[in-house]
Write a protein that binds this ligand. Structure first.
Ligand SMILES: Nc1nc2c(c(=O)[nH]1)N[C@H]1C(S)=C(S)[C@@H](COP(=O)(O)OP(=O)(O)OC[C@H]3O[C@@H](n4cnc5c(=O)[nH]c(N)nc54)[C@H](O)[C@@H]3O)O[C@H]1N2
Ligand SMILES: Nc1nc2c(c(=O)[nH]1)N[C@H]1C(S)=C(S)[C@@H](COP(=O)(O)OP(=O)(O)OC[C@H]3O[C@@H](n4cnc5c(=O)[nH]c(N)nc54)[C@H](O)[C@@H]3O)O[C@H]1N2
Ligand code: SF4
Ligand SMILES: [Mo]
Length: 758
């Protein structure tokens, strides 16, 4: 008899495609069948190959099911939750009282499928007086965020579904997705003779295979290529002059700077024929609409912030904003980096980190300086750290140094489902249900003109011994004395009556009370949570988000069908979220809506960014290669492939292909080194030297080699022995190799040496 299909979502990349699953197997605790959910508003039945392996997440071998405390001999002992919460609160408040809350650092808050913890952890951070935090965005997107802030004070995305020309810069959406139904959209563009795809990537990726124009740049030379592209737009008068007059404050200095770019020389430096660069620029300049996606290929590379800027100038100079098929500003249910507003406006004063003085962008400390902020005798060094739903001992640059830093801390608390590389360094491990054992959601909601939100319902009961993140944060806040039972009494009382009664009491006693407002998320969880349908308690904070959204975007909400007097619209929205296991559309906009979301003083773009125009000028005198004869290869450490998913799936058996994660290398280099598929080579960077099997691949250009991301985890084998599979990319990277402005790492540009192994 076939089981019933339950609705959920994939958690292996930021798309969170809707899924339908059947449960069964031992104790009914396994996924037995998985398919795309046609009712999901964004994915519409689409799913790639990876979610079929999700049982490896739900039933992973490294699961932790009791709070753990480190013993003096370094091993862990199980403790009960009361002890765990009491001791963690005691140790953190001791650090706070002695050194200041600003020495308690928070890292993480959600991976690819779970962002509710981030909302709740804000309360714990405030209860500790913590001021610094970070997450993975600060090793990929902060350079782009900074440019966005300067240009228009908000984030933009490209409308790939409707664009005439799609431009992917250091982005391989065939494998990495990031846009809904990526492969369907890519194929549709490729098939339509009136549309075109342009890819900038040193590799002949799956996406590049489908492209009309592949600018196969030399690794790390995008800044020169993007400058040349912009310069051709100016030289050949392909820019939208009247549009610029109307919408941009200061485009003249930009046009002047691009006018000085030596186009032929920069094309040559980037390794792309000038004729092809001009063809791409013309295709961009003449298109009705252009959508652009830049990603790790430039963001984790030399000149990352400069490249983001030059890249954005391509759509800005051609007027590709605020119309169908171009760039848009989505209406988010929650502002993801929490601080975009802070960096908007004409003269932002960026906050800096206490030790290194690195720019804090969108509220996030650059990941590459975290170890420097710890490994010092500076009085304001980070002394304690909470890591939640992240694995920085593996995912941040310079793993060895990161491990040293984490081990030096007075207290490290890790909140995770699994015994990760980071958890093994912790003083306390606080285990949680998996994302299929509790209600979860992500805040990666960037679609347009319709935007959607999906609160997933739990599928399994959690094992005894774990607590959900909201429960952990509420208990920590309570142990830290953030609020009392007395404070909550009127809220409990109102919630018992109705949500209608709850609204004025919550607004009146919490949001307007400076003592309680900082803890609003956990207070909602404690008071409204128990009134929600069973299993959806962690969704309590979404009620607050719904109200905030209704206040900020009433028209978008109304167009999505949520109307009413007073607080009716957000209340209906929240009900709909609770009652829609496939997710719902909560925001509908016209294309011109984006114009209203530009947050600069005069509502116009600020095109001239002096720091980056200077950086553009300095390209003239810089070297394009690795500049080091000892390391003639460029290693891209962390490529997305069919069977990679950060470190979410720890059991290597989930990989149907290439379980060891081969080093991809061009046929030319393989001949030079005398190696062929499966042969082992020694790969050396300034940090480490490892042995790895080779895959000879026509995707690669000579001099460029590439390792997958997410490998090098260790996990117990059948005999319980821990074995490591593949290479952990950040054993090979160095934290000092980072962008001068945003501090983003150069993971895609690691100078390396390769020798054949006999
Ligand atoms: N399968 C799979 N999908 C994923 C993930 C996963 O782990 N596995 N992770 C998700 C996450 S967290 C993210 S952030 C996204 C990332 O998504 P992407 O950024 O698309 O992923 P990458 O493969 O890391 O890098 C993209 C491309 O950059 C290219 N590149 C390397 N060097 C250069 C260069 O010098 N210039 C240019 N222009 N390109 C260069 C690489 O060849 C690669 O094709 O993927 C998401 N999707
Ligand atoms: N060299 C190199 N390094 C890279 C990259 C690269 O391309 N090259 N890519 C970078 C990028 S773009 C990213 S996004 C990062 C990703 O790196 P991280 O931000 O560290 O995230 P993940 O590896 O996804 O780890 C997610 C963690 O969440 C845990 N988890 C899963 N479900 C739950 C849950 O419900 N609750 C809790 N509390 N925990 C849960 C998992 O066990 C895992 O430990 O890696 C980065 N590191
Ligand atoms: S595209 Fe991403 S979210 Fe969708 S099924 Fe594939 S891995 Fe999962
Ligand atoms: Mo990422």
């Amino acid at each position: 008899m076939a089981g019933s299909w339950e609705k959920t979502a994939c958690i292996l990349c930021e798309c969170n495609c809707g899924l339908e699953v059947q449960l069964g197997g031992e104790g009914g605790r396994h996924f037995t069948r998985i398919r795309g959910d046609k009712a999901h508003p964004a994915s519409q039945g689409y799913a790639c190959e990876k979610p079929h392996r999700l049982d490896y997440y739900q039933n992973g071998p490294d699961r932790v099911t009791s709070p753990l405390r480190r013993k003096p001999d370094g091993t862990f002992e199980e403790i009960d939750w009361d002890t765990a919460i009491r001791e963690v609160a005691q140790r953190l408040s001791a650090v706070r009282d002695q050194h200041g809350g600003d020495t308690i650092f928070y890292y993480g808050g959600g991976g690819q499928g779970n962002h509710l913890p981030a909302a709740y952890s804000a309360a714990t951070r405030r209860a500790m007086g913590s001021r610094y935090r970070s997450n993975a965005l600060a090793q990929e997107k902060t350079g782009e965020f900074w440019v966005n802030g300067r240009l228009m004070g908000t984030a933009v995305r490209g409308d790939f579904e409707h664009c005439e020309v799609a431009l992917f810069v250091g982005k391989n959406p065939w494998q990495s997705h990031s846009i809904p139904r990526a492969r369907v959209t890519l194929k549709a563009i490729a098939k339509d003779p009136k549309r075109a795809m342009i890819v900038i990537d040193p590799r002949r990726t799956e996406t590049a295979e489908l492209a009309d124009i592949h600018l196969q740049v030399k690794p790390g030379t995008d800044a020169w290529l993007l400058a040349a592209l912009g310069a051709v737009l100016v030289e050949e008068d392909l820019i939208a002059s009247r549009w610029l007059e109307e919408h941009v404050d200061d485009h003249e200095p930009v046009l002047a700077a691009l006018g000085e770019v030596p186009i032929s020389e920069y094309c040559e430096r980037s390794g792309v024929p000038e004729a092809l660069v001009r063809e791409a620029a013309r295709r961009i300049g003449k298109a009705e609409s252009l959508a652009v996606f830049e990603d790790l290929g430039i963001q984790m590379n030399r000149h990352s912030t400069l490249s983001s800027y030059l890249n954005k100038l391509l759509w800005l100079l051609t007027g590709n904003f605020g119309k169908k098929g171009a760039q848009y500003v989505p209406a988010p249910l929650v502002s993801l980096a929490g601080g975009l507003e802070k960096i908007a406006g004409p003269s932002p004063k960026d906050k800096v980190t206490p030790v290194v003085g690195a720019r804090v962008i969108s509220g996030l400390v650059p990941c590459n300086v975290i170890a420097d902020e710890i490994l010092t005798d500076h009085p304001k060094r980070y002394r304690a750290m909470i890591v939640e739903s992240a694995n920085p001992a593996h995912s941040l640059a310079d793993s060895r140094r990161m491990r040293e830093a984490l081990s030096t801390l007075d207290t490290l608390v890790v909140i995770d489902i699994a015994m990760t590389e980071t958890a093994r360094l912790a003083d306390y491990v606080l285990p949680t249900p998996t994302q299929y054992e509790k209600a979860e959601a992500t805040f990666f909601n960037f679609e347009f003109p319709e935007n959607y939100f999906h609160l997933r319902h739990p599928l399994f009961d959690p094992p005894d011994g774990v607590l959900s993140e909201p429960e952990i944060h509420a208990r920590l806040c309570e142990a830290l004395g953030a609020y009392t039972e007395e404070d909550l009494a009127p809220l409990h009382e109102a919630a018992a009556q109705s949500r209608e009664a709850f609204i004025p009491v919550f607004f009146g006693t919490v949001l307007t009370n400076p003592k309680l407002a900082p803890y609003a998320p956990v207070i909602l969880y404690r008071t409204l949570g128990p009134r929600l349908p069973k299993g959806l308690e962690p969704g309590a904070v979404v009620w607050g988000l719904a109200h905030r959204f209704a206040a900020a975007y009433p028209d978008s909400l109304r167009r999505a069908g949520f109307e009413g007097k007073g607080f009716e619209a957000p209340e209906r929205l929240f009900d709909a979220i609770l009652e829609s296991p496939s997710g719902i559309v909560y925001s509908v906009d016209g294309y011109d809506e984006s114009w209203k979301r530009i947050k600069t003083a005069g509502g116009k773009f600020h095109a001239a960014i002096p720091e980056l125009l200077d950086a553009l000028g300095s390209l003239r005198t810089q070297e394009a290669g690795t500049g080091d004869d000892a390391f003639p290869f460029v290693l891209s450490a962390g490529e997305r492939r069919s069977f990679t998913a950060n470190t979410i799936l720890r059991n290597p058996a989930w990989r149907k292909k290439d379980a060891q994660g081969s080093l991809r290398m061009s046929p030319n280099d393989a001949v030079q080194l005398g190696v062929t598929d499966g042969d082992r080579v020694r790969l050396t960077t300034k940090r480490a030297s490892v042995e790895v099997p080779v895959e000879v691949s026509g995707m690669m250009q000579p001099g460029h080699v590439s390792l997958p991301n997410g490998l090098g985890l260790d996990h117990p084998d059948d005999g319980g022995e821990r074995v490591q599979t593949g290479i952990a990319p950040n054993e090979l990277t160095a934290s000092e190799d980072r962008d001068w402005l945003a501090g983003t790492p150069w993971h895609k540009h690691v100078p390396a040496r390769i020798e054949a192994v006999q």
